[in-house]
Design a protein around this ligand. Structure first.
Ligand code: NAD
Length: 247
């Protein structure tokens, strides 16, 4: 592990343009369940059964109940030291971008600003009829949520399984990853294909890739370093070594 840390420090010292891609494992140590971990089930439903447009069409109240359960967990959670390390990183490189698959809002709460929430946010809704977006207050909601403008059914403003990504956000992510020197992938299983595509794109364009995850992931094969560790405990240690090396 020490030798991997040194290799990461060496690569970071040379890097000017740094990107980080985070997945659900990033927030695990803040108490937010991942989809594929043992706590990922809700009332015996798997995420793939609820996070789809078909499930919402069939039973919007059930899908909203699940989102409201998750949102209440997220509202009680706090960003951990790993989230704070990523927020700090912005100030240490010429160009920096954090692309998160997480919808929990913990990165912005930790202070990240150079951020793309590529899967949207659980704290926002989008009207099914007029597309009006609405920020949700930090209180329990009456569900299913209705649009404040037209009164019709609203949905969580997130990207569900089988849906397209926002083209502008995807384009900005790809453009940044084409010129990144170093890319970190933290806490993502890679079961969702677009983030794997982003990592492969960065690798093809010559970026040095670091995978930080307690387990092997889809990304691991593209990565120069596979660091088996966690976002909350190991990332702050790695980051403090890099800061020392940069100073
Ligand atoms: P996933 O549930 O498929 O995989 C989580 C990954 O995190 C696994 O590879 C696991 O080994 C790793 N992991 C577990 N504990 C970790 C830790 N402490 N530190 C670092 N890594 C750890 O999640 P995914 O690949 O992100 O895909 C599921 C999609 O579901 C995401 O794209 C996201 O949109 C959504 N999601 C979001 C949240 C959230 O916002 N917090 C939570 C669950 C799912």
């Amino acid at each position: 592990m020490e030798s991997l840390k040194k290799q990461i420090e060496y690569a970071a010292k040379k890097a000017r343009t740094v990107a980080v891609i985070t997945g659900a494992g990033m927030s695990k140590e803040s108490g937010i369940p991942t989809f594929r971990g043992p706590e990922g089930l809700w009332k015996n439903f798997r995420a793939e059964e609820l996070a789809t447009p078909e499930a919402f069409r069939k039973d919007p109240k059930l899908v909203w109940e699940w989102y409201e359960w998750r949102r209440q967990i997220v509202l009680k959670a706090e960003p951990h030291e790993g989230h704070k390390s990523l927020a700090e990183m912005e100030d240490y490189f010429d160009d920096f971008l954090l692309i998160t698959q997480n919808v929990d809002g913990l990165h912005p709460r930790a202070g990240s600003r150079q951020l793309i929430e590529i899967h949207g946010s659980i704290h926002r809704t989008r009207c099914n009829t007029c597309s009006h977006k609405m920020d949700l207050p930090p209180v329990a909601l009456e569900i299913p949520v209705k649009c404040e403008r037209c009164g019709e059914l609203s949905r969580p403003d997130v990207v569900w399984f089988g849906e397209s990504y926002d083209e502008e956000l995807l384009g900005r992510s790809l453009e940044f990853l084409s010129r990144a020197d170093m890319v970190w992938i933290i806490g993502s299983s890679g079961m969702v294909s677009v983030p794997v595509y982003l990592a492969a794109h960065a690798s093809k364009n010559g970026a040095f890739l670091v995978d930080l995850n307690p387990e092997e992931a889809e990304f691991s094969r593209y990565c120069d370093i596979n660091f088996r560790g966690t976002a909350g405990a190991d990332l702050p240690r790695i980051w403090s070594g890099i800061k020392e090396a940069l100073s």
